[in-house]
Design a protein around this ligand. Structure first.
Ligand code: ADP
Ligand code: ZN
Ligand code: MG
Length: 480
């Protein structure tokens, strides 16, 4: 029996507001424990929440970018549960009437495009954090840090439209990139600003009904999500193939053991007893408020991709180029006002293949690059007009990266100008021919490839500076 996976995701992204969602405390990450707190976010009796307008704006922005319907009328709800990091014993969230619903996100490229439904996006507050010191004899207790209590989150729930860990990876990368483009979240997974729970079930290929799902938690990297899903698909297939049933439960991913462990069964699942939050009036948004946000939406990855394809980049290069905003802006700058499609594709290739690799290796971002968009454009131009060969260009690029100097300056300084003067090259060709009679006779007896050794000889003599096309042409003429 062949099985397919059915996956739906619940993503929590921290909104990039300066203050918390229902009080004026700072959202700064890494402040001293319990320094960003006040009576409201520590749940003191008699306090009242006041909604942060920016948080609503960011959520609406996200909803619009994901083609959601924005609910002009939405309601906050109390979700009750007890946990030591939740001083109020309830979390303010949204339940029946979220701010946004019925959207989608497109994954894949070319003919492989696929829409993943977005069920809903709602606004809620985060809980605090427990610091466990258990195991340390002198510190055998847990500490509570309430800095994160009341930090605004949006929960983005997808339809069960995803079919593989790879699709999940694409969905999450794309979603992260859109939120970064919108500047509504930093999406820093290490700081817990972008977290994902994955719901997964399997079913025999061809079956319409969904199987029983398990919910996976505790993955804190994109790779972790993929690994956890791959493990879980195998586990579920094994259970079902063994004639047993999947039970609905929450499972925790253990990145060290590379497996998921049962945390709680459905019968132990929380009953949150949601009810409308009595301390907040329903939220009614003005049409103008929504329209203004719509009109101020920035260019998104899909817009950049489209523009890049129109500029002549391949579909693949275009989508890689658009994957992160700073990269998209850099490539957009680098190709603007340049000659033809090939030149633009070459520029993008240099950025993606050479520049990004070097930046990664030295732990820098594209914003910290010593090589500017302008400098890449000049380098490609020098190759195009024959001043330097592609091979020399790599050496020049290395110098550009290390010293932050322009290609033309380095070429001049180091005397790297390509030799295209035929009479000069002819001299080197004669030498190469007389030094390598074996290659000559092989070539003459029909072994085309033997010419490579002679071209190599000339390149060696000229320190790689001879124009390879001209070398080839002259050698062939001399040997014919
Ligand atoms: P619950 O009531 O258990 O929270 P929901 O219906 O609200 O479940 O769905 C939560 C998430 O689980 C959504 O992202 C949804 O797409 C996904 N989901 C629902 N049913 C399944 C299923 N059978 N297999 C995989 N994912 C599912
Ligand atoms: Zn506060
Ligand atoms: Mg649910």
């Amino acid at each position: 029996m062949k099985y397919e996976a059915v996956i739906g995701l619940e993503v929590h992204a921290q909104l990039k507001t300066l203050s918390k969602v229902f009080c004026g405390c700072s959202t700064e990450f890494g402040s001293g424990e319990n320094t960003n707190i006040c009576p409201v976010c520590t749940g003191q009796p008699g306090v009242l929440p006041v909604l942060n307008k920016k948080a609503v704006e960011f959520l609406v922005k996200t909803g619009l970018a994901l083609s959601c319907k924005i609910n002009g009328h939405s309601v906050f709800a109390r979700k009750q549960y007890f946990y030591p990091d939740l001083p109020k014993n309830y979390q303010i969230s949204q339940y029946e009437l979220p701010l946004a619903e019925h959207g989608y996100l497109e994954i894949g490229t070319g003919n492989e495009k696929k829409k993943i439904g977005i069920t809903r996006i709602h606004l809620e507050e985060d809980a605090g954090k427990l610091l466990h010191a258990i195991g340390n004899r002198d510190l055998d207790y847990s500490l509570v840090d309430l800095n994160r209590t009341g930090v605004p989150l949006m929960e983005i729930v997808s339809e069960p439209d995803l079919r593989s860990p790879d699709e999940v990876h694409q969905y999450l990368s794309k979603l992260k990139s859109i939120l970064e483009y919108l500047e509504v979240s930093d999406c820093n997974m290490e700081e817990g600003k972008f977290r994902c729970d994955a719901n997964i079930s399997i079913r025999p290929v061809g079956q319409k009904e969904f199987g029983t799902k398990a919910e996976l938690k505790n993955m804190n990297t994109l790779k972790g999500v993929k690994d956890a899903l791959e493990y879980e698909i195998e586990r579920q297939i094994e259970v079902v193939s063994g004639g047993e049933k999947i039970i609905q439960e929450t499972r925790l991913w253990d990145a060290n053991k590379k497996s998921t462990q049962s945390m709680r069964r459905k019968e132990e699942a929380h009953d949150y007893r949601y009810f409308p939050e009595p301390d907040l009036v329903p939220l009614n948004l003005d049409k103008d408020f929504i329209r203004d946000i719509k009109e101020s939406l920035p260019e998104l990855p899909a817009d950049y991709t489209k523009r890049f394809v129109e500029a002549g980049l391949s579909e693949y290069t275009a989508s890689v180029s658009a994957s992160e905003k700073p990269l998209a802006v850099f490539i957009s700058d680098a190709i603007s006002g340049t000659g033809d499609a090939k030149e633009r594709q070459d520029i993008a290739n240099w950025v993606i293949n050479e520049l990004l690799a070097r930046l990664n290796a030295s732990g820098k971002t594209i914003k910290e690059s010593s090589v500017s968009a302008e400098m890449i454009r000049e380098l490609v131009l020098l190759i195009k007009n024959g001043t330097i060969s592609g091979k020399i260009a790599k050496t020049v690029f290395e110098e550009m990266f290390n010293r932050g100097k322009k290609a033309s300056v380095i070429v001049k300084e180091k005397g790297l100008v390509q030799i295209s003067d035929e009479s000069a090259i002819e001299k080197y060709c004669d030498e190469a021919i007389s030094e390598n009679p074996k290659a000559v006779s092989e070539y003459k007896s029909g072994k085309e490839k033997a010419i490579g050794a002679l071209v190599g000889g000339v390149m060696k003599k000229t320190g790689g500076k001879a124009n390879p096309q001209i070398v080839n042409k002259i050698l062939r003429k001399k040997l014919s």
